[in-house]
Every structure is written in C-alpha cells, then in structure tokens.
Design a protein around this ligand. Structure first.
Ligand SMILES: Cc1cc2nc3c(=O)[nH]c(=O)nc-3n(C[C@H](O)[C@H](O)[C@H](O)COP(=O)(O)OP(=O)(O)OC[C@H]3O[C@@H](n4cnc5c(N)ncnc54)[C@H](O)[C@@H]3O)c2cc1C
Length: 383
C-alpha cells in the first residue's frame, strides 16, 4: 500500500475539487467513497441516452467568476436557464413570481403598476385580517408578503407537502422574503452564470479526479477495504498524513453527542414513451391533490430545440418529500435549535482533530449549493 499525503473520504464536489487542487500542488491523494460510483450527489445515471440526476436535479449557478472559470476549465457548461413552471390543478404559472405569473393569475393585470396595486391590495387585506399584529405562523407571514391569491395557488399546499404540516403550524421565520419581479423574466436565479456541464456532471467529476487514485464501495468506517485489516477510521494514519473528511460529522465521532436529524426526498423515476413529456425540466405541483412536489424531465437540462426530438423517449422523476429514516439518503440538515446546537458542538470537536479537514454538506452539517462548496476548496491553503 502506498502512503499518501491526503486520504479523502467522499468523492462529491468537495472531495473531488480538493483532490484536483492537491494533485496540482504535487500531493499524493487517495479518494474513497462508500457508494459504488464517484461524484456524490451530482452523479448522473445514463438512461435511454439521457443523463438522469440520480440524487435530485442539480443546476449550477454562481455569481463568483473564479468558480465559474474554474468549472469551465474542467468542462464547458451549456446555456441551461432554470425557469420552472408551477401547475396548480392544471393552471400553469411561470416561476419565480414575475409579470408572466401575475398576468396569468389576474388576466386584467398587464403592467407592473397594475400588478403592484393588486398585490398591495391583497397584502393590506391580509394585514387587516390579523389586526396589524406580527404574523404568528407561515400562513400569516406569506399572506402579508404576497397576498391571498399567490399564497393559495402557489405556496400553501406545496409548502405543506414539503414539510408534512399545515402552514398554520409552521413558524413564520421559514419564509422571510418572497421576492416578486415586476418584469417579464422567468429566469429563476439572479446569478450572473448558470448552466449544466456539457455531457453531464460525471464529466466534471471525471475531469477533477483524472489521474487520482480512487476506490469506490469503500466505507471509511469499515475494515472491508482497509489495507491494515482494521477499521479504516481507526487506522487511516497508516495510509496518509492527512485526512479530508466529507462524510457525516456525527458519524465520525461515533454519535457520541447524539444523532443529527436530516430531511430527505424520494424519487420515482420512469421512462416515458414520448420525446417531450412536459416541455420543461422542472414542473412544481402546487396543489395537495398531487402527492409529489415536482416532476423533473431530465433531457431538458442538456437538450434544447430540435435535439429534444432526436431521442424518442424521455426520463421523468417524481419527487416526494419524505421523513428521514435510517438507511435513507441524508439530504437537508434540519435547521432547528436542537440540531443547530448539536452540530455546533460537533464542529467544535472537529476543530480539535489533528490533521483532519472537515468539509462539505455532511461534514459541516450545512446546506451548501455547489458553487460555495467549490469556492471553499479553492480558497483553502493546502500544504
Ligand atoms: C436534492 C438536492 C438538490 C440539490 N440541487 C442543487 C442545485 O440545483 N444547485 C446547487 O448548486 N446545489 C444543489 N444541491 C447541493 C449540492 O448537492 C451540494 O452542494 C454538493 O453535493 C455538496 O458536495 P459534497 O461533496 O459536500 O457532498 P456529497 O455530494 O454528498 O458527497 C459526499 C460523499 O461522501 C461519501 N461518503 C459519506 N460517508 C462516507 C463514508 N463513511 N465512507 C466513504 N464515503 C462516504 C458519500 O457517499 C458521498 O459520495 C442539491 C442538494 C440536494 C440534496
């Protein structure tokens, strides 16, 4: 067994970017991942020639030119622009809330002034209904921010499906702002740059990990692939001088302070016998009568115009908000008092670990988009 400068646990964007940077600095690195593939949550599976985002739709967006130039130096990105559609009982609305949405919601609204007046009128009604006091729950909060019509058709039941609770039972702070755009602009993100790697995210990961030693199907907490026969977490210092750990922070410390909670999503993916199923990558279902929250049609991330029709089939995934249970994929940290304070305690323990860098969404117990993950690694001093 060779000796490495860095053992990197996890081949997601954090681990893969770290490996790329360390290798360029002349370091010897070994990446292990417990999954059977590299790439973490951006990994795509090819079905019917279409890159299917196996762990949920991933759209790269950033305002950071350094990050954008970096990812484009590994693989060129396409011009995909996220512009989701909301389907409320068959009525289709553009998102985010903009002049197209308002005209569809209120056909007599044609100008920004008319839209603003309509929203202000409904906000005033909502404020009057609670007697001018502070909103006490998410329903009151959202009604005071955008009024009854937008709340009822585009927010209420979608949010209830996401959280599994009535909006009246959810805290107001979950929705701090609900931006409305008084222009005809369906581009979801405000960032300067967005897109999908041409050829899919696996190309990005392959580029980052080119020439790097990688082992898949290898769990850091198991002895199965450990060269010493002991559990790798106990013997990693025999393999490498330093550790980069992007697995779950509570698992690293053997849950000694308690387990952190997660929220998750489950996916039902199927092939449809048509070239174009819904005409858009992302359609949100905002009424309760449909059990899933979104349908993703993966080909639209990478195929535009006539290209859509070149393949006779398409792949769609329904997304269901699901309570997390042991064995499921941990997707989103739970931002409540218990979990925030527990995570902080684990992060303090992590700070005292010698020659170990904790990183990524599992290692920090924080939700990060892809761009900040890459930015963090690019800004690290690796010696
Ligand atoms: C459903 C969903 C949708 C998202 N959509 C977007 C989006 O549209 N745009 C955006 O910018 N960001 C999005 N994100 C965020 C994005 O996924 C993260 O920024 C990114 O995946 C973080 O990379 P990471 O390396 O920290 O984690 P991960 O990609 O999760 O990688 C961690 C890796 O560590 C491995 N691992 C864990 N424990 C062990 C162990 N014990 N031994 C060995 N290996 C281990 C895992 O198998 C995994 O491969 C989304 C996230 C989710 C959950």
């Amino acid at each position: 067994m060779e000796h490495y400068d860095y053992l990197i646990v996890g081949s997601g964007l954090y681990g893969a970017t770290f490996a790329y940077k360390a290798k360029r600095l002349g370091k010897k690195v070994l990446v292990i991942d417990k999954r059977q593939h590299l790439g973490g949550n951006v990994y795509c599976e090819k079905i019917e020639g279409i890159n299917v985002h196996k762990y949920g739709a991933h759209i790269f967006h950033t305002n950071n030119k350094m990050v954008w130039d970096f990812v484009n130096s590994i693989v060129e990105f396409n011009r995909y622009t996220n512009s989701p559609i909301a389907n409320f009982k068959g009525e289709l609305y553009n998102l985010p809330f903009n002049m197209n949405t308002f005209n569809r919601m209120w056909p007599d609204v044609h100008t920004p002034a008319e839209a603003q007046a309509k929203i202000e009128e409904q906000k005033a009604d909502a404020e009057a209904a609670i007697g001018g006091r502070e909103p006490q729950n998410l329903e009151e909060q959202a009604m005071c921010l955008v009024g009854k019509d937008i709340f009822t058709k585009l927010i209420k039941e979608y949010t209830e499906k996401q959280w599994g609770r009535d909006c009246k039972d959810l805290p107001a702070f979950i929705i701090k702002r609900l931006p409305v755009r008084m222009i005809f602009d369906n581009n979801y993100f405000n960032d300067s740059y967005q897109g999908i790697p041409i050829g899919g995210y696996n190309k990005l990961i392959e580029g980052l990990l080119e020439g790097v030693d990688c082992i898949t199907g290898c769990d850091f907490f198991s002895s199965k692939c450990s060269p010493t026969g002991e559990k790798m977490n106990e013997s990693w210092r025999m393999i490498a001088d330093n550790l980069v750990y992007t697995g779950a922070i509570d698992e690293y410390f053997n849950y000694s302070l308690g387990k952190l909670d997660w929220r998750t999503v489950s996916f039902r993916t199927r092939v449809e016998d048509t070239s174009n199923y819904q005409g858009n990558a992302v359609v949100n279902y905002t009424s309760r009568e449909v059990p899933y929250t979104r349908v993703i049609e993966h080909k639209h991330f990478e195929m535009f115009g006539q290209k859509v029709y070149e393949s006779p089939k398409t792949v769609v995934s329904e997304e269901y908000s699901t309570e997390y249970e042991e064995g499921m994929e941990p997707y989103y940290p739970v931002n409540d008092e218990r979990n925030n304070s527990l995570a902080e305690k684990y992060r303090k323990l992590a700070n005292n670990e010698k020659n170990v860098i904790f990183g990524g969404r599992l290692g920090m117990y924080k939700y990060y988009d892809m761009s900040p993950i890459i930015e963090q690694v690019l800004n690290l001093n690796i010696d």
